[in-house]
Ligand binder design. Structure first.
Ligand code: ING
Length: 333
C-alpha cells in the first residue's frame, strides 16, 4: 500500500494494489488534547496564554492538526468563589472573542495551520453571561461557538457544602443548542464538562452525524455534598460518561482537563481520547500542563453509524416523548 502522508495529516491518499480505479482517502485528523495544570486566582491571562502557546508549539512538533484546550481555559475555576456582587465576577469574563489578550493564540494557530478549541467565560454585548467554547479551523476561521447547557451547582452561597460550585450564579444556560459543524473534512461538535453526564448532549449531536466531540472540563475531585465521593469515584463517572457517549453515538470524544490544585481546591485530571467504539485509546497521566496526541480516523465512526447505531433504521421516536416532553420525574401512581 502506498500512502502519501499529507503535511496536514488529513486526507491521506492511500492506493491499495488492485484498487487502481478507487481511491481510499483516509480522513485522519491528528488531535492534541492540551491539558492545563492549575491556574491560580492571581495568575494573569497573559501568563496562561504563554502556557497555551507552549502547548500549541509542542502539539505542532507532534504533528497535530487540531488542539483542544479545557473549559474556562483562560482563568482559574472562579465559580468556586462567592461574589455577593455578581459583577465582581465579570473580571473573569471575555467581552469579545477574539480579543487582544487571546489574539496571540489565534495568530500562532493560523501560522501553524492548526485548528483549535478552548473554553472561556463569555460576556455578551448585552450583558449576558455564558460558559462558552469556540472552534477555530486550520485557516483561522471561527467555525463553531457553543454555550454550556447543563450548568451544575447552585446560585446562592451554600454553607452546607465543603466548597462552592456557583455556575448557576454566574452563567445562564446556553441558548445555542448542540450544533455540529462541517469542517476540516469531518463533522465536529462541542460540549462542556457537566454536559458529558447527560446522554441528551451526545444524542443531539449524534443525530447530526457527529464524528468528533470536543469537550473541556474542570472537575473538583471531591463531591462538596458527599465526602465519600472522591477522586476514584469521580474518575469512574468521568470515563463512564465519555465512553457511553462515544459508543452510543459512534463518535470520537476528546476530553481535556484543567487539573491540579487551584488556591487549595483540587481539580482532577483525566484528559483522554475515546474512539467511536467507546475505547479509551489515549490517556494523559498527571495534573500539569501536558499534550496527548493521537491520530483519529474519522471513518472509524462509519461502522457504528451504519449498523448498530443506524438511527434511521432502529430508533422508535414514538416512544421517546418523555425525553423532551417533561423536565423532572413523574412517577406512576
Ligand atoms: N464540573 C463538574 C463536572 O460536571 C460536577 C461538576 C462534578 C457535577 C461531579 C456532578 C458531579 O464535571 C463542571 N465544571 O461542570
Amino acid at each position: 500500500m502506498h500512502a502519501v502522508a499529507c503535511g496536514s495529516g488529513r486526507g491521506c491518499v492511500c492506493w491499495v494494489p488492485g484498487d487502481i480505479g478507487r481511491l481510499n482517502v483516509a480522513r485522519i485528523i491528528t488531535v492534541a488534547a492540551a491539558q492545563l495544570g492549575p491556574i491560580q486566582r492571581a495568575e494573569s491571562r497573559a501568563s496562561v496564554i504563554e502556557r497555551m502557546l507552549a502547548l500549541m508549539d509542542k502539539a505542532h512538533r507532534g504533528g497535530a492538526d487540531l488542539i483542544v484546550y479545557p473549559e474556562l481555559a483562560l482563568t482559574t475555576f472562579f465559580p468556586r468563589w462567592h461574589c455577593e456582587d455578581r459583577t465582581v465576577a465579570d473580571q473573569w469574563f471575555e467581552a469579545a472573542m477574539p480579543n487582544p489578550t487571546v489574539q496571540p493564540l489565534f495568530d500562532r494557530a493560523r501560522t501553524l495551520k492548526m485548528a483549535m478549541s478552548f473554553g472561556y467565560a463569555e460576556l455578551t454585548g448585552v450583558g449576558r453571561h455564558f460558559n462558552s467554547s469556540v472552534l477555530v479551523d486550520d485557516a483561522g476561521r471561527m467555525v463553531g461557538h457553543y454555550r454550556k447547557i447543563h450548568l451544575p451547582g447552585h446560585v446562592e452561597f451554600d454553607p452546607e457544602r465543603t466548597h462552592q460550585h456557583l455556575e448557576k450564579r454566574y452563567f445562564e444556560p446556553g441558548d445555542l443548542g448542540f450544533p455540529v459543524w462541517r469542517s476540516m473534512g469531518g463533522l465536529f461538535g462541542m460540549c462542556i464538562c457537566n454536559d458529558r453526564r447527560w446522554p441528551e448532549t451526545f444524542r443531539e449531536m449524534g443525530l447530526q452525524g457527529v464524528e468528533m466531540v470536543l469537550l473541556g472540563f474542570n472537575t473538583p475531585s471531591v463531591n462538596s455534598q458527599k465526602a465519600a465521593e472522591g477522586l476514584e469515584e469521580r474518575m469512574f463517572h468521568h470515563r463512564l460518561s465519555l465512553q457511553a457517549g462515544a459508543y452510543q453515538n459512534a463518535t470520537w470524544v476528546v476530553a481535556v482537563a484543567k487539573a491540579g490544585t487551584e488556591d487549595g481546591h483540587h481539580l482532577m485530571g483525566g484528559t483522554m481520547i475515546v474512539d467511536p467504539d467507546g475505547h479509551i485509546v489515549a490517556e494523559l497521566q498527571g495534573e500539569e500542563d501536558g499534550v496527548l496526541i493521537h491520530p483519529c480516523d474519522l471513518d472509524a465512526s462509519r461502522f457504528g453509524k451504519e449498523t448498530i447505531f443506524d438511527f434511521k433504521r432502529h430508533r422508535r421516536i414514538e416512544h421517546y416523548g418523555r425525553i423532551t416532553g417533561q423536565v423532572g420525574v413523574i412517577e406512576p401512581d
